[in-house]
Write a protein that binds this ligand. Structure first.
Ligand code: FNR
Length: 366
């Protein structure tokens, strides 16, 4: 895996070997994919302003997230159906996170179950991503199983009352390959995804089973069934972040679902400052995902107030190329680039990073 020196190289290599349906599903964004491009471009519009001769000490990337220590502020976002990328799927991804000391988030619609992942990576700091199903017993069962299996938080996805329009999946009439199953639903609910014949099977699945009538009151219900901290995943506005915190969330994951839900929403790094500002007087951690592909992206997000960032597709690219080793390679690329950025920017640790380390490019065109 050492021949791959950047996440972009991992992406190019992985997309050249993945079967078309899986590649299109993993890669694509909603409708015209403007936000998909902006998630990356918006990072490039920010400039780092390095300090020199600061008397650097050894670089320390360690931090804590919801009280758990991690080796760096980069974690793995939930992505569905990872066995389409590699036979070991979520298990390989979780083991890589365990080995590298970062957070792994398991999707509700995973091809490995909560219990399988917990058994394979007992020491990993694991979060469970929750979709709330119309059938609350099914939902409750998932949460209780995650808690029992030692998962540390529930990442409640709040941006998916309805499935985003992803044209590639419609064209491909997306279905889960025959040999795979939605492993968390064995004995409870359908474990297969079928295309209705005229579009994406996943879209039919989500729109039939997820509860789109949810309100922030649902957090109270969630808190009544679990003691795990709840992270609201998919926030793009300051006022919504405040609602999430006041409803009882311990974390806010600024996310546009990898630009797969509503096209035309802001890039996540654009939305981040408003959210950090809105919740600055609350006891809450703010994270970001979407378009993070380099160590400098991570650094910029930290500078604008994120406690950590998460990556979705980069883990899928690593997984497709080399299973656990591929995901570890991806994480090590981030680690190397992040260490280099910290040192060259003149900051030895996260505590050294101040808001003035990054400005928008427009500052230089005045
Ligand atoms: C996702 N994402 C996602 N989010 C979620 O809450 N539950 C899920 O099951 C999935 N599934 C999923 C599948 C695939 C293929 C992708 C690419 C994304 C969104 C994911 O958690 C995360 O927000 C984005 O992937 C972050 O953007 P990047 O890192 O992929 O650019």
């Amino acid at each position: 895996m050492e021949k791959y020196l950047s996440v972009i190289e991992l992406e190019e290599a992985a997309t050249s070997i993945l079967p078309k349906t899986a590649r299109d599903y993993y890669r694509s964004g909603a409708t015209d994919e403007h936000t998909l491009k902006e998630n990356k471009r918006a990072f490039q519009r920010l400039r780092i302003r390095p300090k020199c001769l600061v008397g650097l000490t050894d670089c320390n990337l360690r931090t804590t997230i919801l009280g758990d220590e991690v080796s760096m502020p980069v974690g793995i976002s939930p992505t569905a159906m990872q066995k389409m990328a590699h036979p070991d799927g979520e298990i390989a991804n979780a083991k890589a996170a365990e080995k590298e000391g970062v957070i792994f988030t398991l999707s509700t619609i995973a091809t490995s179950s909560i219990e399988e992942v917990a058994k394979a990576a007992p020491q990993a700091v694991k979060w469970f991503q929750l979709y709330i199903y119309k059938d609350r017993e099914v939902t409750k069962n998932l949460v209780l199983r995650a808690e029992r299996a030692g998962f540390k938080a529930i990442a409640l996805t709040v941006d998916t009352p309805f499935f985003g329009l992803r044209r590639a999946d419609v064209r491909n009439k997306f279905t889960l390959p025959q040999h795979l199953r939605l492993a968390n639903f064995e004995g409870h609910l359908a474990t297969k995804i079928h295309s209705s014949g005229d579009g994406s099977g996943l879209s039919t699945y989500v729109n039939n089973l997820f509860d789109k009538t949810l309100t922030w009151d649902e957090i109270k219900w969630l808190k009544s069934i679990t003691k795990l901290p709840i992270v609201a995943k998919g926030i793009l506005r300051g006022d919504e972040a405040v609602k999430a915190v006041e409803a009882g969330c311990a974390g806010i994951l600024v996310s546009n679902h990898g630009a797969r839900q509503l096209d035309g929403v802001p890039a996540t790094i654009e939305a981040l400052p408003e959210i950090v500002e809105a919740v600055k007087n609350y006891n809450v951690e703010v994270y970001l995902d979407g378009g993070v592909t380099t160590g400098t992206d991570v650094y910029k997000a930290l500078t604008l107030g994120a406690k950590a960032v998460f990556v979705g597709r980069p883990a899928l690219w690593g997984l497709a190329l080399g299973g656990q080793a591929g995901v570890q390679r991806m994480l090590n690329i981030f680690r190397t680039e992040l260490e280099s950025t910290f040192q060259l920017a003149g900051t030895s640790s996260i505590a050294d990073i101040t808001r003035d380390m990054v400005v928008h490019e427009s500052v230089y065109s005045k």
